[in-house]
Design a protein around this ligand. Structure first.
Ligand code: ADP
Length: 479
């Protein structure tokens, strides 16, 4: 029972029913009020018209009575009666002719002759005022005085007409328009229902897909083929984009976990092999032990390096270490950084050149993070440039940005690999990288750091010719 009630409430709260309710409130209710007012006005109009008509008839009769001396001339009694009856039949009302004392002299229904009739309208007519009023029961009374040739009041023509005929006309119009109104309201209601369904159906589809996504089914897509181009199709499209992004994030996450496991498993396996080999050799010379332990030690170093890089990345991702921008002169900073790289370059006899800008360049940077990002790019350049190659670092700036380029004459990167080098654990040549000691995380860290500086990093490279990394950072950070 409760679930049925909740379902019903949900249904009534749904957009479809809200639209229908809006239609009833905005369309039907005002229309009902409007037609009611119209009919009331019509009713009043018809009553007024009927009053005018009755007064007209009473005036005609009054004129005839006066002109023909019906009230004094008994010889014309028959003619008088006929005149009264004809008027009554024609106009569908009752006619009473009264003398100046309010006594009924003639009555089209022949009921009240001789009786005294003193209703308000008759008294007013005797006061020489033509009057017509609708009574509480709907009957209309019209009274007009009869004047003789000397303008003396000699009586009153009193007409009593039921308003049924007026009401019948109005009611008939009302009945017919009510039928038309109900039919139209019903048809429009059905149309509204289907229109609301037409609008809400795609929304329901979008909602269903979002619910599935929230349950972890990121492969779900909304079919937008049948949808017209409007806000709903845009929403569906945005939803599909979101699903794609979520799917990418999920794949990246899975790849990352498997890469981490793989990267850590490799040094662990070699450590296992090394330690088992020592254990199997019962009385191996001390030098062999030292050699094996050195190998194990270098594997531990590698694992530490990977874990340190991972920690740096995670901290950068989670913005755990807050970025502290300090205005720093870039020429000097790069110069100092490169100084520390010279011993590495010298081992491979690589010429390390720095071309500074003549003017000083001040930029807002997080010194530690920025130095480690630039060091990583220079270290890579040294790592992937054969002996006796050359590396050139330049700095430049405009009004808004500082530009840095790190070019080498190294092995270069294949075109199809360029897009992937910023991915975590991505290494172009895995075997060589194990020799060079790379973790595949350095460029990811650099990329994250440059993004944190609201800058960008691009790569131009040609295999066997060399690589250039172009870094841009804004001079001023709006913190
Ligand atoms: P690694 O620690 O392996 O150097 P990085 O993330 O720093 O990891 O670099 C990713 C990959 O990009 C490297 O394995 C290498 O294949 C390629 N790479 C980076 N810099 C250069 C460069 N200057 N010249 C050629 N290849 C490069």
């Amino acid at each position: 029972m409760v679930t049925i009630l909740t379902k019903l409430r949900k249904k009534w709260n749904s957009l479809q029913w809200l639209l229908l309710l809006t239609y009833i409130l905005v369309g039907v209710v005002p229309l009902v009020l409007f037609t009611n007012t119209i009919f009331r006005a019509m009713d009043g109009y018809f009553v007024e018209e009927r009053k005018k008509e009755l007064l007209g008839q009473a005036n005609i009769l009054s004129g005839k009575i006066s002109a023909n001396h019906y009230l004094y001339d008994d010889t014309k009694w028959k003619q008088f009666n006929e005149e009264i009856s004809a008027a009554s039949n024609q106009g569908n009302f009752r006619v009473l002719v009264l003398d100046s004392c309010g006594i009924v002299i003639n009555d089209s229904s022949r009921q009240d002759v001789g009786k005294t009739y003193l209703v308000a309208e008759i008294i007013e007519a005797l006061d020489n005022k033509d009057v017509a009023n609708q009574q509480e029961d709907g009957t209309i009374y019209a009274a007009v005085s009869i004047l003789d040739e000397h303008s003396n009041k000699i009586g009153v023509v009193f007409i009593s007409a039921r308003s049924d005929d007026v009401s019948t006309t109005v009611n008939e119009i009302r009945r017919q328009s009510n039928i038309v109104f109900v039919v139209i309201a019903f048809i429009v209601g059905i149309l509204m229902y289907f229109m609301a369904k037409f609008f809400t159906e795609p929304l329901k589809k979008v909602l269903n897909i979002i619910i599935k996504m929230s349950e972890g089914h990121f492969d779900q897509r909304i079919d937008i083929k049948g949808l017209r181009h409007n806000e709903i199709s845009d929403l569906a499209l945005a939803c599909n984009h979101m699903a794609e992004k979520l799917e990418q994030v999920e794949t990246t996450r899975q790849n990352f976990v498997s890469n981490v496991s793989h990267e850590l498993k490799t040094p662990l396996s070699s450590m296992k092999v090394l330690s088992e080999s020592i254990l199997l050799q019962n009385d191996a010379p001390k030098e062999t032990y030292i050699e094996f332990l050195e190998d194990i030690n270098s594997e531990i170093d590698r694992m530490t390096e990977i874990i340190n890089d991972l920690l740096t990345l995670v901290k950068l991702d989670q913005k755990e270490v807050p970025i502290a921008f300090v205005e720093t002169e870039l020429n000097q900073l790069i110069k100092d950084t490169m100084k520390r790289m010279h011993p590495l370059a010298d081992v491979k006899k690589i010429a390390l050149t720095f071309i500074p800008l003549k003017e000083e360049i001040f930029a807002d940077i997080d010194k530690t993070k920025f130095i480690s990002a630039i060091s990583n790019l220079i270290e890579n350049a040294i790592k992937y440039t054969p002996e006796e190659g050359s590396i050139t670092v330049t700095v430049d700036c405009d009004h808004q940005n500082a530009f840095l380029s790190i070019s080498d004459t190294g092995i270069g990167i294949a075109e199809e690999e360029i897009g992937k080098i910023f991915e975590r654990f991505y290494r172009v040549d895995k075997t060589r990288d194990r020799e060079t000691g790379g973790t595949g995380l350095g460029l990811s860290i650099t990329h994250s750091t440059i993004l944190m500086h609201n800058g960008s990093i691009k790569v131009n490279s040609k295999e066997q010719e060399g690589t250039t990394f172009l870094v841009r950072i804004p001079l001023h950070q709006n913190v």
